[in-house]
Write a protein that binds this ligand. Structure first.
Ligand code: PBG
Ligand code: ZN
Length: 279
């Protein structure tokens, strides 16, 4: 992805300071561990890469102005690239929902202890918001809010992210836990369930191909709603910019304006620095 890099901790600290100068409100952190294993150890390890980065960023004065959001998922940390624990089932390998919940709860608590202001589960296991809320409360982290990717759709637009994070599933796909793009009503039901389990706000993703879902959620739920313009959405615009087919600044801002108009209160985008400078 042009202009997007995997950062070391010292580089991430500098990036955070630059974000503050540009007037960006917050950062969403993802980790790329040195080694991956079946139990996603790097996700819940108190010395994991995101935990260490959170502590480093929180230790610098300007970065205190940023809201630090930590993605909660296992796929960047598992050797097989799935978002949960994989077991042998009757039809071959399958992602086991319930045993994954324990690790997701542990991951969220570890990230919050390390300094995450908000935890953002993106795994789509059933019951994870409730389990994360329980795990946080049990550790005295009652005040850490949960930003849930409540209606995350299975999508081709995550491709560049998976390449960057080396997290493409080694077998099968994510359709057993991510949602079917044809089903708008299921999205509303998933959001209802997550709110009942204790989600404080939701993040809609992908964004541009699903603006009707953002609008439907906006009309239905009185909670903060964010839109996540994902890696493939960013990359296709960048590809057009490189060819000189679209005017970069105008097209970028128009793509973000659409998300705002659809009802999102905040936007997660790889264009954040350019957009903040332009605005
Ligand atoms: C992890 C996760 C993914 C993204 C955000 N969190 C990848 C996936 O589900 O495969 C995608 C982000 C992007 O494409 O920018 N579950
Ligand atoms: Zn995942």
């Amino acid at each position: 992805m042009p202009g997007v890099f995997n950062l070391s901790i010292d580089e991430a600290v500098k990036e955070a300071e630059e974000a503050v100068k540009l007037g960006i409100g917050g950062l969403l952190l993802f980790g790329l561990p040195e080694t991956k294993d079946e139990d996603a150890t790097g996700a819940w390890d108190d010395d994991g890469i995101v935990q260490r980065s959170l502590r480093a960023i929180k230790a610098t004065a300007p970065s205190k102005e940023l809201v630090l959001i930590a993605d909660v998922c296992l796929c960047e940390y598992t050797s097989h690239g799935h978002c949960g624990i994989v077991v042998e089932g009757k039809d071959g390998f399958e992602v086991e929902n319930d045993s994954s919940l324990d690790l997701l709860g542990k991951t969220a608590a570890s990230l919050a202890h390390a300094g995450a202001d908000i935890v953002a589960p993106s795994d789509m296991m059933d019951g994870r918001v409730g389990e994360i809320r329980r795990a946080l409360d049990e550790e005295g982290l009652e005040n850490t809010p949960i930003l849930s990717y409540a209606s995350k759709f299975a999508s081709a637009f995550y491709g560049p992210f998976r390449e960057a994070a080396d997290s493409a599933p080694q077998f099968g796909d994510r359709r057993s836990y991510q949602m079917d793009g044809a089903n708008a009503r299921e999205a509303m039901r998933e959001i209802e369930l997550d709110l009942a389990e204790g989600a404080d706000m939701i993040l809609m993703k992908p964004a541009m191909p699903y603006q009707d879902i953002i609008l439907a959620a906006r009309q239905r739920f009185e909670i903060p709603i964010g839109a996540y313009q994902v890696s493939g959405e960013y990359s296709m615009l960048q590809a057009a910019f490189e060819r000189g087919w679209l005017e970069p600044k105008r097209a970028m801002l128009e793509s973000l304006l659409g998300l705002r108009r659809a009802g999102s209160d905040f936007i997660v985008t790889y264009f954040a620095k350019e957009a903040a400078a332009a605005l």
